[in-house]
Design a protein around this ligand. Structure first.
Ligand code: AKG
Ligand code: FE2
Length: 375
């Protein structure tokens, strides 16, 4: 892992001692936290140090057994006339209700497709800065692709030890996809496409499992927009002082997360404590996002989660965020408030919810307050 190419970077590179220099170097000049890690620093700069209550310590986790079952084999859900469809659907609904996170196997995405997606993430983030800066939000040729670091650097007191690339997919419009970086376009598209059947199967099972009438076109409308993100957590000298991703719940209806073999994904279990979702070869992690919590009137949990960087290896994860498009109304499905005897969330546009979600720094589960009915 050599040093960074100071020649081609900013005028103040080579001197990133001051906090403002760190921000300039990592965020503004697009070196990312990868560029910072490559300088060979031995302690994280103050801007990366999180308050003690936000830091992640594996020793503080609680036993996952009551919350996280074994990976769920969903092959029967995806096959035509699959035998144990009902049983699988019930298992998925119970997991979405209990923790909001579960793992699936036999989901239709091949080992090769998953390996290629992770490899593409490593390839992209290992590119020289010059190849990545064209995708910074302010430079990006298309609103459907951007490269960045941390969640909302301008708004955050402490930054996340993470760079990411986000690629939005609406349909097979090659005009849009042609703006995705060539280094990861094919791998991201193959992953997205082979996950499609599983996404529909899981979303249908969860929505139908709510026990109210819902038609096929409504189910489909909640997954009209998909984004593949590639998260990159470079090796970190002090993972105990910083966070890879801070506490948040996802905006999406569903998230399909491909994590590598390093581990470090932690989920809050019913306010009892944090559990780690262990890497399982060929499994995908599925989690309920805020949108599905809202649609389900609070029955399914959009759990708070966060991620830890590793001292020795670069960790990658590749989530697919499955959402409606902005003009879609979200709110408890008709009939649910009556069934539950209460209305937890109001009806609002997904676009309104999204704008509020991205307004500032991560707020844990507080984002959901925006959609709560006022009492
Ligand atoms: O990297 C991970 O394991 C989690 C990433 C995550 O939570 C996200 O991208 O929303
Ligand atoms: Fe997340």
């Amino acid at each position: 892992m050599g040093g960074i190419d100071f020649e081609s970077s900013s005028p103040n590179s080579g001197n990133i001692e001051k906090e403002s220099d760190v921000f300039e170097f990592v965020v503004k000049n697009g070196h990312g936290v990868k560029g910072l890690a490559d300088t060979g620093l031995t302690t994280v700069p103050p801007r990366y140090i999180h308050p003690p209550q936000e830091r992640i310590d594996r020793k503080d986790t609680i036993d996952s057994t009551p919350y996280l079952g074994p990976p769920i084999d969903i092959s029967g859900l995806l096959e035509l006339g699959g035998e144990n469809k009902d049983e699988i659907s019930k298992t998925l609904c119970a997991a979405a209700e209990k923790l909001g996170f579960f793992q699936v196997v036999n989901h239709g995405v091949s080992h090769e497709v998953m390996e290629n997606a992770k490899r593409a993430a490593h390839i992209f983030f290992n590119l020289p800065r010059e190849k990545k800066v064209p995708y910074l939000r302010e430079n990006s040729p298309c609103p459907h692709v951007h490269y960045g670091t941390s969640f909302s650097p301008e708004a955050e007191k402490s930054l996340e030890w993470k760079d990411y690339l986000s690629m939005v997919y609406i349909n097979d419009d090659e005009e849009v996809q042609k703006f995705w970086p060539t280094e990861c376009r094919d791998a991201a598209l193959a992953y997205l496409k082979s996950a499609s059947k599983m996404i529909h199967g899981i979303l249908s099972a969860l929505l139908r499992g709510l026990g109210v009438d819902i038609d096929e076109s409504t189910i489909l409308s909640y997954s009209d927009a998909r984004a593949v993100n590639m998260n990159f957590y470079p090796p970190c000298p002090n993972p105990e002082l910083t966070v890879g991703v801070g506490r948040h719940s996802d905006l999406a209806a569903l998230t399909i997360l491909l994590q590598d073999d390093i581990g470090g994904l932690f989920v809050k279990a019913e306010n009892k404590g944090w559990i780690e979702i262990p890497p399982v070869e060929d499994a995908l992690v599925i989690n309920v996002g805020d949108t599905l919590e809202i649609l389900s009137n609070g029955k399914y949990k959009s759990a708070e989660h966060r991620a830890l960087a590793s001292t020795t290896r670069a960790r990658v994860s590749v989530p697919i965020f499955v959402s409606p498009i902005p003009p879609t109304t979200i709110g408890p499905l008709p009939g649910l408030p009556e069934k539950h005897g209460k209305t937890v969330y109001r009806q609002l546009l997904f676009g309104e919810y999204k704008d509020n979600y991205f307004k500032g720094a991560h707020q844990g589960k507080a984002t959901l307050d925006f959609a709560k009915v006022s009492n």
